[in-house]
Design a protein around this ligand. Structure first.
Ligand code: ZN
Length: 211
């Protein structure tokens, strides 16, 4: 089932790899189709992954199709699909600058106009939890409230959107903005966007829910 969706998911994984958002088999992605979730498998390098390796789950985590184990972070994906109506696709990365921010345990402030309407205001870092746990899923859900992205404590980043392409775009945007922020911090004190501007832009996010 969902042959075309599986191919699209594989294509997004290749794009994650090409954009340096992941290496090896790190990170994962998924898309919701009605009450089902098509998700990447665990522990298979993207360069060796085929669309047949994708796993179909129900919203309780039951495997409906697939010979592989689902991604270790399937609980996080399900937590977001089960609590966020605006989550139709999820991209989870281990990109360098987003990870660096997550290690600093420092939220990414609203610093550039283009990002707030798409990602939401300050991007929070979720409280640390072991990979693959329900605690990680809960902490990420909390950190992502009213946002389309979160940094995952000592781990990486995750973005939700209405399509896989948009979730990938948000992950690239988040990585770029983390990089810009860290570069700016090295040479001076970054200026944040004015508060009233952030409020207006957050309203735009609310209207659009990211994408
Ligand atoms: Zn991860």
């Amino acid at each position: 089932m969902y042959e075309e969706t599986k191919k699209e998911l594989l294509d997004i994984c290749i794009q994650m790899l090409k954009n340096d958002l992941v290496i090896g088999s790190a990170g994962n992605a998924s898309i919701r189709v009605d009450d089902h979730v098509v998700i990447t498998p665990s522990s298979i390098h993207y360069s060796e992954m085929s669309s047949d390796d994708m796993v179909v789950l129900n919203l309780n985590g039951g495997v409906l199709e697939g010979s592989r184990n689902p991604s270790i972070e399937y609980k996080m994906h399900l937590e977001l699909y089960n609590t966020r109506e605006d989550a139709k696709a999820i991209v989870h990365t281990h990109s360098v600058y987003a990870c660096a921010m997550a290690i600093l345990n420092e939220p990414l402030p609203p610093i550039i106009d283009e990002t707030v309407p798409k990602l939401g205001s300050e991007i929070r870092v979720s409280k640390y939890a072991m990979p693959g746990t329900k605690d990680l899923a809960t902490n990420v859900r909390e950190a992502m409230e009213d946002r389309s992205a979160a940094l995952i404590g000592n781990h990486g980043a995750v973005c939700i959107a209405k399509t896989l392409k948009e979730a990938l775009h948000l992950a690239i945007l988040l990585e770029r903005i983390c990089k810009i922020y860290m570069i700016a911090k090295q040479v001076g004190t970054p200026a944040y966007l004015p508060e009233e501007v952030v409020e207006d832009e957050q309203d735009v996010w609310e209207m659009m829910r990211g994408y």
